[in-house]
Design a protein around this ligand. Sequence first.
Ligand code: MV4
Length: 445
Amino acid sequence: MFKKILVANRGEIAVRIIRACKELNIPTVAVHSNVDGESMHVRLADESICIGSHQPQNSYLNIASIMSAVDVTGADAIHPGYGFLSENYHFAEIVTKNKIKFIGPSAEVIKKMGNKVEAKITAKKLGLPVIEGSDGVINSLDEAKKVSLRIGYPIIIKASAGGGGKGMKLVNNENELDSALTLAKQEAIKYFANGDVYIEKYFEKPRHIEVQILSDKSTTIHMGERDCSVQRKHQKLIEESPSPVLSENVRQDLLKKTVEMVSKLNYEGAGTVEFIYDDGKFFFLEMNTRIQVEHPVSEIRGGIDIVKEQIKIASKGKTSLKQSDITFRGHVIECRINAEDPSKNFQPSPGTINVCHQPSGFRTRVDGAIFQGCKITPYYDSLVCKLICQGRDREEAIQRLQRSLDEFVIEGITTTINLHKKILSHEKFINSDFDVNWLGKEKFY
Ligand code: MV4
């Protein structure tokens, strides 16, 4: 097992990783920026080290600084968490070359899946259904016209180096194509330093469903699917498992095909394969090669600590789990609680939390890094904690979330707690009668 793990992250996911390390008796190093010295992850780790100023580029994204922290503290593994450097293959490569274990898949796999065109070609080759569109990168307006005519409008232009909704352009007819293509390429160059784009048939009312997997070089298992269709501007607000809209036949097909695909990838660690679901059919979107924010949904429903499993796989090169070790129980839903004001277009709400009371009780979990007196700075993601509740069925999970949300007291900043109460009591949510565009259009305030 590792002698010491450096957690290259902050906030609730750093706390989550440190907790797993403690249960495995592995000492931890927290790294932090100059505004995070009093944060929960720093307090809980065995050691901590300041790696730079508040701007992410100077600290949590500063590879040289993080490698120096590894050197100074003698850590032999790095857990990257999510965001920041977690899907940076260059970072994974540097870590590996320095004989430090990167807790995650190989740099090669991160690179392959980070290129969305290559990921799609790979997924198709490995048996997953993909969305109709260009076979690869679009090289001219003429080619774009031909593909779009063949598949029919509306189409969507996506950046190959994008992902997670960044750099997408919706095109309703051929008149819009020229300028949309030019703009898509310009933005791709500006934001991802890579102008490659591809075209897909656009789904107007899809749901977003993803499959959690754990894998080593010889075994791949799934931990069920998550339905993450409550989103706003590509930020998920609520995730649940099982998906309320999948038939059992389609679910089994989805899980089986995903495991088959990942088993052929030489994939080591935890990962998520994302799909668009519409009218009984699912299509590969992209693969995330990291732990995700919503992983507790699958942990609770499947009864396995995914972060501990990531560490075990990284250390031993193999998982101790078989598919039959996972038994799915009940229905689990997560609400992401952000320091944002929904009545002010979700503008960030930094400040000091003067009063902090978090719910607990039967089948109620809160993953966070907040405490009375802590400061929420404007420099990072606005997620402050996550509430995850399990019920024997969806209705009970919703009731338990409502009960828990009512117990929450966070004063000093504005949060999305009240918005969650409204969403959970909305008839469209209760009936699962919505798609990924619903929340952005609905007026809750
Ligand atoms: C799509 C789509 C409709 N049709 N692709 C957004 C995130 C990125 N991973 C892919 N996304 C989408 N791709 C086609 N061909 C609609 C979305 C989309 C979406 C997807 C998942 C979750 C939320 C979303 C919100 C708006 C649009």
